[in-house]
Design a protein around this ligand. Structure first.
Ligand code: SIN
Ligand code: FE2
Length: 224
């Protein structure tokens, strides 16, 4: 079976090993997977180190008072934050009191190219949420809906150990597809898919030669 035969409910995690960057796969109208699209691009991970040195990963607290299992940081003009008062985009990192690190040029050009590949031309993200999952970490189903203009897509880039991305419908109750994401995989969702619920299953114990026991996900957004 090749990655091209991706049946969203039953995809084999290992079916793409050894293949060159396969063709984009449509998950549903408006949502595309670009398999291994970032796999060869070491500039993103190199630039990420500088971002994290300036704005370290931290486990934020939900409005309900729980510490998230995913550790987060941001770069760009805005960062997504949560605390006991709610969720918001903020130009200041509440942990350092400084503006978020600027978005590296290689991040913005990568996101622009990936969005264009998925059919969204002219994408200029102003925020990038950086998520770090250690084994056991998960992200519950949610919509990305704190941005001003939903005509711009979300561009998500995965690195490190595998995860199962849950991609649901426009209602929380819709049964989500289970989409394995490997190092370098990119998902773009916009248009009719922009407000679909999504999340990440608890990440399983694994080791990645570059990132160790860790999955890193970048999600690019256009907030303003
Ligand atoms: C997110 O929804 O912010 C992250 C999704 C992911 O980690 O794949
Ligand atoms: Fe999200």
């Amino acid at each position: 079976m090749t990655r091209n035969k991706r049946d969203a409910m039953t995809v084999d995690l290992f079916d793409s090993i050894g293949e060159a960057e396969p063709a984009p796969q449509t998950l549903c109208p408006g949502a595309v997977i670009l398999p291994a699209y970032a796999g060869q691009d070491d500039r993103l991970l190199a630039a990420l180190q500088d971002v994290i040195a300036a704005a370290p990963f931290r486990r934020m607290v939900t409005p309900g008072g729980f510490s998230m299992s995913v550790a987060m940081s941001n770069c760009g003009s805005f960062g997504w934050v949560t605390d006991s008062t709610g969720y918001r985009y903020d130009s200041i990192d509440p942990m350092t009191g400084r503006v978020w690190p600027r978005m590296p040029d290689c991040f913005s050009s990568f996101a622009r190219d990936a969005a264009a590949e998925a059919g969204f031309d002219g994408y200029t993200p102003d925020a990038c949420l950086i998520n770090r999952y250690e084994p056991g970490a998960r992200l519950s189903l949610h919509q990305d809906k704190d941005e001003r203009d939903f005509s711009w897509p979300i561009v998500s880039v995965s690195f490190g150990i595998p995860a199962v991305f849950l991609f649901g419908g426009l209602s929380r109750a819709d049964k989500p597809m289970r989409v394995p994401l490997l190092h370098g995989d990119v998902v773009v969702w916009g248009g009719a898919a922009r407000l679909r619920y999504h999340g990440v299953m608890p990440v399983r114990e694994a080791y990645h030669e570059r990132l160790g026991r860790c999955r890193i996900n970048l999600t690019f957004r256009k907030v303003t």
